[in-house]
Design a protein around this ligand. Structure first.
Ligand SMILES: Cc1cc2nc3c(=O)[nH]c(=O)nc-3n(C[C@H](O)[C@H](O)[C@H](O)COP(=O)(O)OP(=O)(O)OC[C@H]3O[C@@H](n4cnc5c(N)ncnc54)[C@H](O)[C@@H]3O)c2cc1C
Length: 474
C-alpha cells in the first residue's frame, strides 16, 4: 500500500467518531478551535491546496467594541450595522435583528478571545466607512490582520492530536438519513473519493469568485467581472440540496478598485487596491479625466466607472488610473510600498500620463489648495500636497477596475448557527458560519464585520456542534 493511501485511510476511515468542518478560513478555524476545546475530534476538509481561504487576504481588520484598545461603550455598532444593511432589513426584520445583535454583542468577547487567549496583536484601531466610531482592529506590525489571525489559529489547532486537516479535498455532497445530516461525500485531487460521517459545520465561504456560475445566475449584470476572491464555484447549492433556505443571493458587494496587474491584465483574480488610497487623497482618472468624487460609497464610485466604455470583455473590466502624490504616498506608505514591490503601481511623473491628465490634476490641486472650485463635490483632500503640478511632478500610478468582493447572501442561519429550512425549522446535524451564510449584513457589509462574523458564528457553531456530538455519542 502506498504511503499516501495509508495516510488517507488513517484520515478518513478511523473508527473514532468526529465532527466535520468544511473550509479552513476563519469561520472554519474558529469552529474547529471550539470543538477541540470540548475534546471533540475534528476533520477539517479544505478543497484548496493550502489552508486559510479568503480570510488570509483580509487587510483592514476585525470589528469589536468595547475592547481594551477601544474602551468606548458603543451602542452605535448595532445601529450602524442596521443602517448599512439598508432596505434588506424590511424583510425578515426580527430574524435579521437577532443575528445582528448576536454579532455586535459578541464582538467584545471575540476580540478578547483572539487577543488574550490566542495572543494575537490587534492593538491598532481604525475607523472605516459607515462606522460612527473607530472599531476595526489590526496589529501594529506589517502582517495583515487576516493572515495573522488565521496563522495563529492554525498553529494552535495543530497542537491537538484530535485535530486533522486535509487539503485538496472537496466536499461534493451532504449526506442525510431521515432528514438528519450524517456526513459528507468528498473527492480528493488524486481522484480518491468516499464518505465521511459525523455532524457537519459548513464554513465554505462566499461565491464572489464564481463569475460564470452563481454570479451569472443571481447577478447576470456582474457575470464575467473579475474578483478579489479565488475563481472557484460557490457551495450554497450543496446546502440547498438538503433543504437549506438561501437568502439575499442577489446582494453582492462590488469594490470599485481592484488592481489590473500589468503582468497579467486578463487575470480574473485581482489584488484589492485598498480604500485607504482614495481616503488619504488619491484621485481616479478615465481617459485622463476625473469623473467622480473618489470619497463616495463603493457603490457610487463603481457606478460612475461602469458608465464608461469597457476596456475588455473577458474579464469585464475598465481602464481607470489611480493617482497619488507624494503626500498621499507617505500617508498610505505601508500599502503603496507593497503595491510598488508587486508591480501593481509605479512611481513616475505626470508627463507620462499625458496632457489631459496633467490638466485634471492641476484642477484638483487648485481645489485642494483651497480655491473655490467644484471638483465633483469633493471637499476633503486629506494628504494631497502637490499644489502646483507640472509635467515633472512625481506621482504614483496604478490601473484599477471594479471587482466583485463579497457576497452578502447565503444560507439562512439562526443565532445558534443552525442551518434553517424555508419553514424556519433547523436541519439536524448541520451548522454554518462565515461568508457562506446570509442575512447578517443585509444589503451592505460594514468593513471589518466579515472577520467578526466568522469568529462569532464560527465559535457558536463549534459550541453547538460539540453539544450535539456529546448527545449522539453518549
Ligand atoms: C482582499 C480581501 C480583503 C478583505 N478584507 C477584509 C477585512 O479587512 N475585514 C473583514 O472583516 N473582511 C475582509 N474581507 C472579507 C473576509 O476576508 C471574508 O469574507 C472572510 O474571510 C470569509 O471567511 P470564511 O471563513 O467564511 O471563508 P473563506 O476564508 O473564504 O474560507 C472558505 C474555505 O472553504 C473552502 N471550501 C469551499 N468550498 C469547499 C468544499 N466544497 N470543500 C472543501 N472546502 C471548501 C475554500 O477553499 C476556502 O478555503 C476581505 C476579503 C478579501 C477578498
Amino acid at each position: 500500500m502506498s504511503r499516501v493511501r495509508f495516510l488517507s485511510l488513517l484520515f478518513f476511515e478511523t473508527p473514532t467518531p468526529r465532527a466535520i468542518v468544511v473550509g479552513s478560513g476563519l469561520a472554519g478555524l474558529s469552529a474547529a478551535t471550539r470543538l477541540v476545546s470540548h475534546n471533540v475530534p475534528v476533520r477539517l476538509l479544505e478543497r484548496s491546496g493550502k489552508p486559510g481561504g479568503n480570510s488570509m487576504k483580509a487587510s483592514s481588520g476585525i470589528n469589536g467594541s468595547p475592547t481594551k484598545y477601544q474602551p468606548l461603550s458603543d451602542d452605535a455598532f448595532y445601529s450602524d450595522t442596521i443602517k448599512s444593511a439598508g432596505h434588506a432589513i424590511s424583510t425578515m426584520t426580527a430574524h435579521r435583528e437577532k443575528l445582528i445583535s448576536t454579532l455586535t454583542n459578541s464582538s467584545a468577547s471575540a476580540i478578547e478571545w483572539l487577543v488574550e487567549s490566542k495572543g494575537i496583536d490587534l492593538s491598532k484601531v481604525a475607523q472605516l466607512g459607515g462606522h460612527t466610531y473607530p472599531r476595526t482592529h489590526r496589529g501594529a506590525g506589517p502582517v495583515p490582520p487576516g493572515a495573522s489571525i488565521v496563522t495563529a489559529l492554525l498553529n494552535s489547532l495543530k497542537k491537538f492530536n484530535i485535530f486533522q486537516l486535509r487539503t485538496a479535498v472537496t466536499v461534493t455532497k451532504i449526506l442525510q438519513k431521515d432528514s438528519r445530516v450524517v456526513g459528507v461525500e468528498y473527492r480528493c485531487e488524486n481522484g480518491e473519493h468516499g464518505e465521511l460521517h459525523g455532524p457537519v459545520i459548513f464554513a465554505s465561504g462566499g461565491f464572489a469568485g464564481d463569475a460564470e456560475g452563481m454570479l451569472s445566475h443571481y447577478r447576470p449584470d456582474l457575470a464575467g467581472f473579475p474578483s478579489t476572491n479565488e475563481a472557484r464555484p460557490g457551495t450554497q447549492p450543496l446546502l440547498a440540496e438538503v433543504g437549506a433556505q438561501l437568502l439575499d443571493m442577489n446582494l453582492v458587494q462590488v469594490h470599485p478598485t481592484g488592481f489590473v496587474d500589468p503582468g497579467s491584465v486578463e487575470s480574473p483574480v485581482k489584488f484589492l487596491a485598498a480604500e485607504v488610497l482614495r481616503g488619504e487623497g488619491g484621485l481616479l482618472l478615465v481617459d485622463g479625466k476625473r469623473f467622480v468624487n473618489e470619497l463616495e460609497t463603493r457603490e457610487d464610485v463603481t457606478n460612475a466607472i461602469t458608465v464608461h466604455p469597457r476596456a475588455s470583455e473577458a474579464p469585464v473590466q475598465w481602464n481607470v488610473q489611480i493617482v497619488l502624490d507624494e503626500g498621499v504616498f507617505e500617508a498610505a506608505k505601508s500599502h503603496v510600498d507593497f503595491y510598488l514591490w508587486k508591480g501593481l503601481m509605479k512611481k513616475t511623473t505626470l508627463s507620462e500620463l499625458g496632457p489631459t491628465a496633467l490638466k485634471s490634476v492641476k484642477e484638483f490641486a487648485k481645489a485642494a489648495s483651497g480655491k473655490d472650485l467644484d471638483v465633483f463635490h469633493r471637499t476633503s483632500f486629506a494628504n494631497w500636497t502637490l499644489f502646483e503640478p507640472s509635467s515633472n511632478s512625481v506621482v504614483y500610478v496604478g490601473t484599477v477596475t471594479p471587482v466583485v468582493h463579497f457576497t452578502m447572501g447565503g444560507v439562512l442561519i439562526n443565532e445558534k448557527s443552525e442551518v434553517l429550512q424555508g419553514d424556519g425549522e433547523s436541519i439536524e446535524g448541520i451548522w454554518a458560519a462565515g461568508e457562506v451564510t446570509g442575512g447578517v449584513h443585509g444589503g451592505n457589509r460594514l468593513g471589518g464585520s466579515s472577520l467578526l462574523e466568522c469568529v462569532v458564528f464560527g465559535r457558536i457553531a463549534g459550541e453547538e456542534a460539540a453539544k450535539y456530538f456529546r448527545e449522539i455519542t453518549k
